[in-house]
Every structure is written in structure tokens, then in C-alpha cells.
Design a binder for this molecule. Structure first.
Ligand SMILES: [Zn+2]
Length: 274
């Protein structure tokens, strides 16, 4: 198994000092969409989260909306889709057989259409929210991202716990090294995606937290904390989820957790990939 840590969004939110904790307030910040591309021995390429797709990057305003592109934005000329990374690595896009998404927000599901033949694994509640969003959820989900009719594989029951957490341990067509831990709050059907590697579990926490301070117990920039609260489907769960993630992080020295949007965690994992 070979794991690549990719940024498939290169977002640039307003107010760098408030979102990144460095630089000036009037500078644009840096916010990746941390995705995994995993080369497996027997199951082709597996992708975890897809960031923005080719069409999103070509025309962000039309695909992602004026509100999102004004407040968050995509760094011109810098964003690369999963598909772009796959090609740059000399791999075959047709080998992407499975995509596991932590949730279906526009910055996680944008690349689904670039791999129309892949099976897309998602929590059943998340798919339900994406297809029938409430008024408040409409800005976060973009129907254009699943207009091609993905091969959805949904799950709503958990099985044997994993490290004390309720988990979905058997993803259809994937080996037991891939499993998911439901953790809603950011969205209705958000879950963590864990991959057991020879060096220990690697856990893609999606948007269950935004800044490493939530898991490391250090201070979070106020802007990113406010942003996390603003975007949550159920705000009352944020602090509890952070506490559960700290518990999970404490279950073993080899376990590595990361958020979809922390640039420092991305750089660390890119420097020492599994
Ligand atoms: Zn996100």
C-alpha cells in the first residue's frame, strides 16, 4: 500500500491571521482540502475525499456559487484535482475503483464526476441530506457534483467497535484495512475514514475538526473556530466530537489523525508519508 497526501482544493479564505494564525488580517489565508490517493496491491486506486473536480477548478463561480468563491475562493492556477494528481503521478484514472467520502460538502465531493465508474462509499444519512437538503443545507451541497449518477454504496449500521468507537468495518469490495467511524455534527452523516497501515492507523477526520489545536489541545485561531461553528449542522456536538478525537488519538502511539483543512498537518504527512 502506498499513500499519497494531496491538496485538491487550494482554498484561500478571507482574513489569514484569523484562519491560519499567522500573517495579516487582510491577506487571504491558505486552506487545503487534504485527500488521500492510495495505491493498493489488489484493489486498484482508492481515493478518500475528492476536493474540487476539474470542472470546479475551471469555473469555480458557476460550480461552487458566488458566496463560496467570495468568502473562501480557489487560488488561481494553484488548485489540482485528484484526477490531475493521478495523471501527474503517471497512474491510470481508470484504476480508481473506490472513493470514500467523509461527507458530501462541496469541497469534498467536487471530484466525484471525474471518476464516474468508481464506487462511492458514504454514510446513508449523508447521501439523504445531499439529495434532500434543508434550506440551511442548500449552500453546502451542490447537486452538480452527483449529476452523473455515482455508484453509491451507503451504510447506516455499525458492527464490531474499533478502538472503542462504533465503526463500519466492512466496506463493500474493500479489504478490512479500510473502515469508517460515524461522527456527525459537521453534517448529518459525517464519518471518519481510517486506513490501517504498517505504521499504524491513519485517520482522515474530514471536518470533524478544522485546526490541529482541537486534537493537540492547543489554541485554535478564532476565525477557524468561528468558521467551524458557523458551518456545523449540529453545533452542540462540536466540543464533544473534539473530546472524542482526543480520546481516539490517545488509543495508540502509532495512530495519526488529520483534518481535511489543516495545512500544517498536510505538510507534516507529505514529509513523512506511509
Ligand atoms: Zn470541508
Amino acid at each position: 500500500m502506498r499513500i499519497h497526501h494531496l491538496d485538491c482544493a487550494s482554498m484561500c479564505p478571507l482574513a489569514r491571521s484569523a484562519t491560519n494564525g499567522d500573517g495579516g488580517f487582510f491577506e487571504r489565508g491558505a486552506m487545503p482540502a487534504h485527500c488521500l490517493l492510495i495505491e493498493t496491491d489488489r484493489h486498484g486506486l482508492v481515493v478518500v475525499d475528492t476536493g474540487f473536480g476539474e470542472a470546479d477548478i475551471a469555473d469555480p463561480r458557476a460550480r461552487l456559487g458566488a458566496l463560496f468563491t467570495t468568502l473562501i475562493g480557489v487560488k488561481r492556477g494553484r488548485a489540482t484535482s485528484v484526477l490531475g494528481h493521478v495523471k501527474a503521478l503517471g497512474l491510470d484514472p481508470n484504476d480508481v475503483r473506490h472513493i470514500i467520502v467523509t461527507h458530501l460538502d462541496l469541497d469534498h465531493a467536487g471530484g466525484l464526476g471525474d471518476f464516474p465508474n468508481a464506487v462511492v462509499h458514504v454514510h446513508a444519512n449523508e447521501k439523504e441530506a445531499a439529495y434532500a437538503p434543508t434550506l440551511l443545507e442548500r449552500e453546502r451541497y451542490k447537486a452538480v457534483h452527483w449529476a452523473h449518477g455515482p455508484k453509491w454504496q451507503t451504510y447506516d449500521a455499525t458492527g464490531e467497535p474499533w478502538r472503542g468507537f462504533p465503526a463500519v468495518r466492512q466496506l463493500a469490495g474493500l479489504p478490512p484495512e479500510f473502515l469508517c467511524v460515524p461522527m456527525n455534527g459537521h453534517t448529518r452523516g459525517h464519518w471518519l475514514v481510517a486506513v490501517e497501515t504498517k505504521d499504524g492507523p491513519l485517520v482522515h477526520c474530514g471536518d470533524a475538526y478544522f485546526h490541529r489545536g482541537a486534537v493537540e489541545g492547543t489554541k485554535m485561531p478564532w476565525g477557524v473556530a468561528g468558521f467551524e461553528t458557523l458551518l456545523a449542522f449540529d453545533r452542540s456536538r462540536i466540543a464533544g466530537n473534539h473530546a472524542r478525537l482526543r480520546e481516539l488519538a490517545a488509543t495508540g502511539s502509532g495512530i495519526r489523525l488529520f483534518s481535511a483543512h489543516d495545512p500544517v498537518e498536510l505538510a507534516r504527512l507529505q514529509a513523512s508519508p506511509t
